[in-house]
Design a protein around this ligand. Structure first.
Ligand SMILES: [Zn+2]
Ligand SMILES: [Zn+2]
Ligand SMILES: [Zn+2]
Length: 282
């Protein structure tokens, strides 16, 4: 296994950038670094790069009606906010980019808890810097990684060139991906999408052993009252999914009767959900 290269600079840069935006929105309470992790990117079974991710939480962000402050804080910190949905039904979210970093801000209903999830581009190991960025790595995007292309979206036999290098193979120097629906150079299994999602055809999902997207989720049993909503988030963020994976971008929402923390597992696409008795308002 190749050592993770230059982890410190990329991960530290991301952490500092997220915490700076969070601090501008946190008022008098310190933002919390909930979790940091890395996605390995493989090519032909060898790790060729790593993407660093972090999740930061702010206990009492701007009031729900003040979600515009999130996009203002991003702009002030030189992020380009490129999509946002202002408070609708009590929730708001925004995505932004800065120098290759990407961020999603999400404000849950009723809690005032704001989460900032961010990731770096894939940092390639020495000697593989010429590789292109994949469409997805394990923790980015919906659904699960295409098992054939591991999120690259390209045909890994020809590495996206569409050319066959083995003489006498399928059709006149053409790679077998020419026969795929998405065209030469694209992954045949996911039609170049890189991930298998709830929008993928049911036979594709079943073929990869994914739960049927129509399966109803059972309501979780409420757990004891956490001290704060952020404590509950920090707790949940360290619990593995039934498949054993921790990767998840959590969202919070609070009603009069419960604090709900939800997110789809990034490794198996299972919807995950935890409910707590709501902590006292502060
Ligand atoms: Zn694929
Ligand atoms: Zn190919
Ligand atoms: Zn899972």
């Amino acid at each position: 296994m190749t050592a993770e290269p230059s982890a410190a600079p990329s991960a530290a840069l991301l952490r500092a950038a997220l915490l700076a935006v969070a601090a501008a929105l946190a008022g008098d309470r310190q933002p919390v670094l909930v979790r940091e992790w890395a996605d390995a990117l493989e090519l032909h079974g060898e790790p060729v790069g790593y993407r660093y991710l972090a999740l930061v939480g702010v206990e009492r962000g701007p009031a729900e009606s003040g979600f515009d402050r999130v996009t203002e804080a991003l702009t002030e910190a030189r992020w380009t906010a490129h999509r946002w949905s202002g408070p609708t039904g009590g929730t708001g979210w925004a995505t932004a980019k800065r120098a290759g970093l990407e961020l999603t801000a999400h404000q849950g209903r009723g809690v005032g808890v704001l989460t900032l999830g961010g990731h770096t581009p894939v940092v390639f190991v020495p000697g593989r810097e010429g590789l292109r960025q994949p469409l997805y790595t394990l923790s980015t995007g919906p659904g699960v990684l295409c098992p054939d292309c591991q999120g690259w979206g390209i045909c890994l036999i020809c590495e996206g060139t569409g050319r066959s290098h083995s003489p006498g193979s399928f059709g006149y120097g053409r790679c077998q991906c020419w026969a795929g629906q998405a065209g030469p150079g694209r992954c045949v299994d996911c039609a170049g999408q890189g991930r298998i999602t709830s929008y993928s055809p049911p036979w594709t999902r079943r073929g990869h052993g994914l739960p049927d997207s129509a399966v109803a989720r059972s309501a979780p049993r409420p757990e004891p009252t956490p001290a704060t909503a952020l404590d509950a988030l920090a707790d949940v963020a360290h619990r593995p999914c039934a498949c054993g994976d921790l990767r998840c971008h959590w969202q919070l929402a609070r009603t009069r009767t419960e604090l709900r923390i939800t997110g789809p597992c990034q490794a198996c696409a299972r919807p995950r959900s935890y409910a707590f008795a709501p902590p006292p308002a502060r």
